[in-house]
Design a protein around this ligand. Structure first.
Ligand SMILES: *Cc1c(COP(=O)(O)O)cnc(C)c1O
Length: 391
């Protein structure tokens, strides 16, 4: 008999009842060190006092009105995002995949309004992940996500990750945009080298097409910059955001330049919940913390510490691990064993990690993780890896 919850997930037999900082407490009382952060969502850990305060204050005042009216919290968060990024304008969504939907619509509408309605094709790369909506699965294009769900939304061209020749050859007079994650998350923590992101920007400019970045997982301080593309010194035309921006409250956004957003006039897009007062009040609190240069400097310092300890872990378990990769506190352990086995061994040692494609285990700790917690986490991973080599 089917479970009352639609069985689309293979869930671990863990059920957490509370959280504080980098720690989660299981129903049986065990405390787990959380290096998954709800898949890069709990950017400031669990129950951060500033976020709890923002949410409860707003909850006592007003939950929902509608985008038919002014929403001051939404205005405030948009102002913060515009002040801290390349963007001139922001639309709020409730998830990453909704951000993908709007990014695709915005890019196509841009060219439609410029008198080039034939420009509808969006180039994407293998290993990418853009969410589970119809546009999201068509954009990523992997058989795992699309099989059985046809007909797929047309207009996506899928290229090999890092295949520059194919990219040059693929751009033609039907091309509208290139969509890429600066650091692939689900794909196995694969970073686009800074040089390549720069090259991609040049290519987009040369052909007059739009650059869309999916920073749903790698954004909001995760790599040690507010947004990952800042490392390469280039800016996109459109950027998808979600996950960390709400710190655990469902919130997403599409950021864009004034030019790229020019087709999105009144009535062209909407959302009942997008930009609601609760989500935006929390988003403002997240942005106030994460956009502080001192906070980002700490993320970078802790990222080096974690990376250095992970290099030692890999060296100590050559039969389990192959390499460390990634950027900032978005790190991957490339495994020689099944990543699911490493994740399960971690559970047995009360440390949470997240599997990804390409035989990688992801480490996405809260950006607020302490030095002591980093040391404790790596020692738990060491014990977990030891239990695998022994068997
Ligand atoms: C998680 C993720 C998405 C989808 O976000 P949802 O909130 O699950 O819809 C899209 N893109 C990337 C890069 C992601 O990591």
């Amino acid at each position: 008999m089917i479970s009352s919850v639609l069985p689309t997930y293979n869930r671990a037999p863990l059920s957490f009842v509370s959280g504080a900082g980098s720690w989660l407490t299981e129903a049986d009382g065990r405390r787990f060190l959380d290096l998954g952060a709800g898949i890069a969502v709990n950017a400031l850990g669990h129950a951060h006092p500033k976020l709890v305060e923002a949410l409860t204050t707003q909850a006592n005042a007003l939950w929902h009105t509608s985008n038919l009216y002014q929403i001051p919290q939404q205005q405030a968060l948009a102002d913060k995002l515009v002040a801290n990024t390349f963007a001139d304008t922001v639309f709020f969504t409730n998830s990453g995949t909704e951000s993908c939907e709007l990014a695709v619509k915005m890019a196509r509408k841009y060219f439609y309004d410029k008198g080039q309605p034939e420009r509808i094709e969006i180039i994407t790369f293998d290993g990418s992940f853009h969410g589970r909506s119809s546009a999201g699965i068509a954009a990523a294009g992997s058989e795992k996500m699309t099989k059985g769900f046809g007909p797929l939304l047309p207009g996506f061209v899928h290229l090999g990750f890092g295949d520059h020749d194919a990219l040059n050859a693929a751009i033609n007079d039907k091309t509208c945009a290139v969509l890429v994650e600066p650091v692939q998350g689900e794909g196995g923590i694969r970073a686009v080298p800074d040089q390549c992101l720069k090259g991609l920007r040049d290519l987009c400019d040369e052909h007059g097409i739009l650059m869309i970045l999916d920073e749903v997982q790698c954004g909001v301080g995760r790599t040690g910059k507010l947004f990952a593309h800042e490392w390469a010194g280039v800016t996109p035309d459109i950027m998808m955001v979600a996950k960390g921006i709400g710190g655990g409250f469902p919130l997403g956004a599409v950021l864009a330049t004034e030019d790229a957003a020019s087709g999105m006039t009144a009535g062209t897009h909407g959302s009942t919940y997008g930009g609601n007062p609760l989500g935006c009040a929390v988003g403002c609190a997240v942005m106030d913390i994460v956009s502080d240069p001192d906070f980002l400097a700490e993320v970078n310092r802790k990222a080096s510490l974690l990376r250095q300890k992970l290099e030692g872990l890999v060296a100590g378990h050559p039969d389990v691990f192959e390499a460390v990769r990634g950027s900032g506190l978005m790190l991957g352990l490339k495994c020689k064993v099944a990543p699911g086995d490493v994740v399960n061994a971690g559970y047995a040692h009360e440390v949470i990690t997240v599997p990804a494609a390409d035989n990688v285990v992801r480490l996405l700790p809260p950006l607020t993780i302490s030095d002591e917690e980093i040391a404790e986490a790596v020692s738990r991973l060491d014990a977990a890896a030891g239990s695998l080599s022994a068997s």
